[in-house]
Design a protein around this ligand. Structure first.
Ligand code: NAI
Length: 258
């Protein structure tokens, strides 16, 4: 129960990694606000993972600053304060580099990068007013620093996100607010099964770049988020941590078992 008494927001929490983070933070004693653009899926998830006492579900779009600001106000109204902000909502578009249109570029960057920036800014502003510290966690990716031109807009957005993390960490350090990133490798969620792994060949390619020999689970990422959100990580700020099965340090490839 490392997070007893804490209030956390997790965006993109209707499913996948965000939902796993919500379940883990609830289990660690936090009150949790799950936010997502998919209101049907959000209500389904809310009914399963929490109660009216410890969970609030808010339908919103992170790419709209006004909705991000409103989310923070709603949370403070309901739970009194905000201690942990997890900017997790994200989208990926798989396409050839030369096929990316202005609309595609704007779409991915406005959810992943602009959404995270204004999430960090609004949470930081609230935490500074409260004067009780806080932790902001940005869901980056292994693609923030590796080149896969099939997801260029996604990779660009996550590269930029790491700089949101480091610049905000320095800006907010005087207030005792930590800002950290988590950069997962390949985690089996609907996002990955719908785009990154769409064939047996793609699966083998991923595993050939994964020394631990398997994809990760959303729960493994949630465990890292819970650690970073807790006082166990009290001296970590500005860094992005990579739970990636060893991909980032791998040179060349590893053999793939069946
Ligand atoms: P997912 O696609 O399963 O879940 C993403 C959630 O974000 C969905 O519930 C979706 O409705 C919500 N969302 C999308 N646009 C939104 C918006 N504008 N406003 C509010 N909510 C919105 O994806 P997954 O795999 O759970 O990914 C979560 C985060 O983790 C993303 O930021 C993703 O980039 C990151 N990530 C995922 C990896 C993976 O292998 N699954 C690897 C590295 C990073």
């Amino acid at each position: 129960m490392r997070l007893e008494g804490k209030v956390a927001i997790i965006t993109g929490a209707a499913r996948g990694i965000g939902r796993a983070c919500a379940e883990r933070l609830l289990a660690e004693g936090a009150k949790v606000v799950i936010a997502d653009v998919d209101s049907a899926r959000l209500s389904e998830t809310a009914a399963i993972i929490g109660t009216a006492d410890n969970l609030l579900a808010v339908t919103m779009d992170v790419s709209r600053k006004v909705q991000v600001d409103a989310l923070i106000s709603t949370v403070v109204e309901k739970f009194g304060h905000l201690d942990i902000m997890v900017n997790n909502a994200g989208i990926a578009m798989m396409q050839d580099f030369l096929d990316i249109t202005e609309a595609d570029y704007d779409k991915v960057l406005s959810v992943n990068l602009k959404g995270a920036f204004f999430g960090v800014q609004a949470a930081g502003r609230q935490m500074i007013v409260q004067a009780r510290g806080g932790v902001i966690i940005n869901m980056s990716s292994i693609n923030s620093g590796l080149a896969n031109p099939r997801v260029a807009t996604y990779a660009i957005s996550k590269g930029g996100m790491n700089q949101i993390t480091s610049t905000a960490a320095v800006a907010f350090a005087p207030y005792g607010i930590r800002v950290v990133g988590v950069g997962p490798g390949t985690i089996l969620t609907e996002m990955v099964e719908g785009s990154f792994i769409d064939s047996e060949e793609a699966r083998r390619t991923v595993l050939s770049r994964t020394p631990l020999g398997r994809c990760g689970t959303a729960e493994e990422i949630a465990a890292v988020v819970a650690f970073l959100a807790s006082n166990d990580a009290s001296y970590i700020t500005g860094e992005t941590i990579y739970p990636d099965g060893g991909r980032r340090v791998l040179n060349y490839t590893v053999p793939v078992k069946e």
